[in-house]
Design a protein around this ligand. Sequence first.
Ligand code: AMP
Ligand code: MG
Length: 328
Amino acid sequence: MRKFSPLACVFVFLFFLPSCFVSPPAEESSFLAMDTLVSLSAEGRDAKETLSRIEDRIKLIDGAILSAHRPDSEISRLNSSGSAPLSPELYGWLETSLEIQKKSSGAFDISLGKIKLLWEDAGKNQSLPLPKAFESLISGGLQLSDGKISGLDNRLLDLGAVGKGIACDEAGKILQNSRCARAVVSVGGSILLYGGGNFKVGIRHPEKGAQEIIGVLETYGAFVSTSGSYERGVEIGGAWYPHIFDPKTGYPPENGLVSVTVRAGSGLVSDALSTACFVLGAEGSAPLLKFYGAQAIFINDKKEIYTSEELAPYFALEDNAYSVFILK
Ligand code: AMP
Ligand code: MG
């Protein structure tokens, strides 16, 4: 099996291999934000300044708006007050997230903050939560109106499923106003492949180390996000409980999926859909993917890989212990 060893691979779930390099040589940088390693590379006359603007922007939206750890971020202030006026940026991101929440019939839910905390405590205390613990936390409806969000009640906002994709969208806006012809922005499990020509994306092997890939997807410029059960989670009594929850039960979904990779035209959408499709399963995800013009690769614990029809000719399997099937 092939092994990739680019600098940034230790912490990211997807590896990018720009298929060609043109003069001037690519500028590269990396830094920590959004609880992950962010890796940037770009080609173009103003590549260096562009990467520095992208870094500033990602750090700003993380610290000032999205961070759940900083008490003064907009999300933290909103969670402590229950309802507060929203910045136009956050309003827009919440609007799209709530649309995805609706289109996924609630499989995607941005108000799972308390469920996430409950699982973190369960891991620390080594005690599996009972279904009763989630009863009061199961979602009701959130509404946006007059620049405010309402309906949070007993729940906390958590944008962990979309923050990295939003960072890729913001990077894309900066690149569009630059002289860079090609760039790759990698924020944890979400990447932006910017510019003309094709890119090769290595998809992480779900059973092996972070540097092992299961296959390579060749794609035009797009946003690609992966959600994997190996990423984060808690181990209780020898069993692994991943960090993605079915909002209807509070528990991780039991559909055998180990990872879902989504390609879409927006970072927020690719990131949200990889999480939503992880809950919905390969067949249940079809209408959601179709609505957003997105495609996906699902990998399950039976060594089966299901890919959207459009991606199948461009996915090269690297581990023959797995079988590839096309989703119709
Ligand atoms: P990702 O790695 O993009 O799939 O995002 C996972 C993160 O999203 C978790 O760490 C939670 O913060 C949050 N999350 C977990 N389950 C869901 C869900 N069903 N809908 C929305 N967000 C979720
Ligand atoms: Mg996501």
